[in-house]
Design a binder for this molecule. Structure first.
Ligand SMILES: O=P(O)(O)OC[C@H]1O[C@H](OP(=O)(O)OP(=O)(O)O)[C@H](O)[C@@H]1O
Ligand SMILES: NC(=O)CC[C@H](N)C(=O)O
Ligand SMILES: [Mg+2]
Length: 504
């Protein structure tokens, strides 16, 4: 789930872009990049690694200019090669750089069409490079020498007709301005804000409101599904709905896991939604597990903390931080390979035996995906002396692949695929297991914004809001991106020559 930022400022934007990316780091740990526009030239630095490692002082000095965009990457298409780090660049028309959060579901067809109709070559397997070229092609068709808002909006409207999937996008067009848009279902989040300065108003767009907070911007509003926003280099803001049938269906997994709790997405506080998930699940546990003798509620840091505290409150039980999290290890679920994920759980979490010895513990996690965390954490609880280990998941069973920007390409790798609750319980080695129902999860998120009628919930129910996903597509995706395929691809890539700007 990558993170994107874009700023049109009155002063140099390099530091604000860097700071924005730093607080979006939880959305992508694999690569980071910034492009700024200075005097009709793009300045680029991108590489694999965390924000703090990718940008050194010498890169920051060269990222000059008052307008720019940035990206943190969690690969969901192509490979983890530096060649696929973002932003991507194309020289025609005008010179455009683009950063994308999400995943297209028709990138192969799109690449073919771009080659056939526009002789455009896409050099990587990244869907985002295809998206950039599709946008550039539409802008080429719809703009004159001088781009006006209408050209931009017509280009985005046509782009919506050509591309499918989940996408929140920021792009800069040299000599003109910054463009941001969101897919017609609003699957991926995008928010905009402003900041007043002595020289005038500055505008910022980002994946999450927390990036705006960090940079001292105030939130104006979310970009609507299908809407495009165009901010000229001079700081004039235009916006227009560009989709024919927009409908709000934001990804519910943002609230479960991806987003930071201090963000507000589509007028729902992520924190409040997690507390509400805890309340719902606490009520269910009270009803269904009244006979169990639980002594203490323990969260699996860090995303489950807010839900677990509320569960403890509902049950009238103590809440104890029984696991210590190593602050220097990142999020394990968004690591690219299963080997790395497995090793990282033990490096990341360690049990405090005093909280476990002789007790019946209820462990709470936000979700169980591959079961990597739950299996190991339950072992740790037993080794620390727990009598009984019960497990609760604040999200329902994850049984279906994701195609919109979460790297769950293969149903067979999901622990709940083809298994009922009892057999998942056995596999992870718990004495009891309980999941939130999908209805309760949806209600929990809607508590804050009842206007949201629908969510993208495919990982739980197999219903894909773009209506273009069939079993044949999922089989192809599985074959391309399951663990074995990814390993093979990485090995091939390390031997090939990459075309990218290392920017040393
Ligand atoms: O069943 P799994 O495949 O293990 O995936 C689910 C786990 O991964 C995530 O934690 P992660 O370590 O990524 O991040 P966190 O510190 O934000 O909880 C999530 O919060 C679960 O703990
Ligand atoms: N998680 C994301 O948003 C990924 C964006 C894009 N599909 C990539 O793989 O780079
Ligand atoms: Mg976790």
């Amino acid at each position: 789930m990558c993170g994107i930022v874009g700023i049109v400022g009155k002063y140099p934007v390099n530091q604000a872009l860097y700071d924005g990316l730093t607080v979006l780091q939880h959305r992508g740990q694999d690569a980071a990049g910034i492009v700024t526009v200075d005097n009709k030239t793009l300045r680029l630095r991108k590489a694999n690694g965390l924000v703090k490692d990718v940008f050194e002082a010498r890169h920051m000095q060269r990222l000059s200019g008052n307008m720019g965009i940035g990206h943190v990457r969690y690969p969901t298409a192509g490979s983890a090669s530096t060649a696929e780090a973002q932003p991507f660049y194309t020289n025609s028309p005008f010179g455009i750089a683009l950063a994308h959060n999400g995943n297209l579901t028709n990138s192969e067809e799109l690449k073919d069409e771009l080659f056939r109709t526009a002789r455009r070559h896409v050099n990587t397997n990244s869907d985002s490079e295809a998206l950039l070229n599709a946008f550039a092609h539409e802008l080429d068709i719809h703009a004159d020498m001088h781009v006006n808002p209408d050209h931009i909006f017509r280009a985005v409207a046509n782009l919506h007709r050509k591309i499918r999937g989940g996408y929140a996008v920021v792009a800069v067009v040299i000599g003109h301005g910054l463009v941001a848009f969101r897919d017609p279902n609003g699957i991926r989040p995008l928010v905009m804000g402003k900041r007043e300065t002595a020289l005038g108003t500055e505008y910022m767009v980002a994946s999450e409101s927390v990036a705006l907070d960090a940079d001292g911007f105030t939130v104006l509003r979310d970009v609507a599904p299908g809407e495009a926003v165009y901010i000229t280099e001079d700081g004039e803001l235009f916006s227009q709905q560009c989709a024919e049938n927009p409908s709000y269906a934001p990804c519910i997994f943002e609230y479960v896991y991806f987003a930071r709790p201090d963000s507000t997405i589509d007028n729902v506080s992520v924190y409040a939604s997690r507390v509400a998930m805890g309340k719902k699940l606490g009520e269910k546990i009270k009803k269904e597990w009244a006979h169990l003798d639980i002594d203490v509620v323990i969260p699996i840091p860090e995303t489950s903390n807010d839900a677990a505290l509320q569960i403890a409150h509902e049950l009238g039980l103590p809440y104890r931080q029984g696991y210590v999290k190593n602050r220097y290890i990142g999020r394990t679920f968004i690591m690219p390979g299963q080997g790395e994920r497995k090793k990282s759980v033990k490096r990341k979490l360690n049990a405090i035996w005093q909280e476990f010895k002789g007790k019946n513990v209820l462990l709470v996690d936000d979700s169980i995906v591959r079961g990597t965390t739950s299996q190991q954490i339950i072992d740790m609880a037993r080794e620390a002396g727990a009598k009984k280990v019960y497990f609760a998941s604040a999200a329902p069973e994850i049984r279906f692949p994701n195609v919109y920007g979460i790297d769950m390409p293969s149903a067979n790798e999901l622990i709940a695929h083809g298994h009922d609750v009892d057999s998942i319980c056995k596999i992870i080695g718990a004495d009891g297991l309980i999941f939130q129902s999908l209805e309760d999860l949806v209600d929990a998120v809607r508590t804050e914004n009842p206007e949201l009628k629908r969510f993208e919930t495919s990982v739980f129910d197999g219903i894909y809001v773009t209506n273009d996903i069939d079993q044949a597509y999922l089989n192809r995706l599985d074959a391309q991106r399951n663990e074995a395929a990814k390993k093979k691809k990485e090995a091939e890539l390390s031997a090939s020559l990459e075309l990218h700007n290392e920017g040393n």
